[in-house]
Design a protein around this ligand. Structure first.
Ligand code: A2P
Length: 195
């Protein structure tokens, strides 16, 4: 990692990159990087949604001046659409479950990067300002059961379903980030057991 980061720092020094950052870094990996970095990472982008809230990593990023950015902030809608905490807050505020998940992320201080190919859902997903989730309702998110790396689990199951229907699928397996011959052999090793 130090060698790769030195190459990233060179890019930064040359002006070819205005900022350099990391993705899928656990608290431990980020601490290891910060210990050797001359230019600290600007951002750590990780999976984060009500079903994997990443409280420890978010706090660590905040303390160390690293921007925390959430990919899959809707948990692919699986956590969000069916979760009674999210749906009941949505109902009480007259918002959609997706908006509640995204607004929760913003109120945690992170940037959220939801994906949608649908125009009305894109509009829904940017209508997040001028209202907020009251603090007492935000506290209810702590009741949501946490699941590590849901995004990858769902990617695999969606591909399996498509393959079962006989569709051609480009395999991006759960092991796309981990491999028996890699230094990270399991998702748990990659994430240093963090949930
Ligand atoms: P679609 O592209 O048809 O809108 P994530 O960003 O957490 O990976 O979630 C992306 C998934 O959630 C996509 O399947 C997307 O489908 C769906 N999605 C995005 N925005 C919304 C929304 N506001 N309501 C319901 N589903 C949404």
């Amino acid at each position: 990692m130090p060698e790769t980061w030195r190459a990233m720092e060179k890019l930064y020094d040359s002006g070819k990159a205005r900022a350099i950052g990391v993705s899928n870094f656990s608290t431990k990996k980020l601490a290891d990087l910060l210990a050797v970095a001359r230019v600290p990472p600007a951002v750590d982008q990780v999976e984060c949604h009500p079903g994997w809230q990443q409280a420890k990593l978010r706090a660590f990023c905040h303390t160390n001046g690293v921007h925390f950015s959430a990919y899959a902030p809707l948990g692919r809608m699986k956590v969000v659409a069916d979760n009674p905490v999210v749906t009941s807050i949505a109902e009480s505020l007259g918002r959609t479950p997706a908006q509640i998940a995204l607004r929760w992320g913003i109120q945690q201080g992170q940037s959220v990067l939801p994906k949608s190919t649908n125009e009305s859902r894109l509009k829904e997903n940017i209508d997040l300002f001028g209202w907020s989730i009251p603090e007492e309702l935000c506290d209810k998110f702590s009741e949501i059961e946490q699941v590590q790396a849901l995004f990858f689990q769902l990617s695999v199951s969606a591909q399996n379903e498509r393959a079962l229907r006989g569709e051609q699928v480009k395999r991006v397996r759960n092991e796309s980030l981990v491999h028996s011959q890699s230094i990270y052999k399991t998702m748990d090793e990659l994430w240093d057991g963090e949930i």
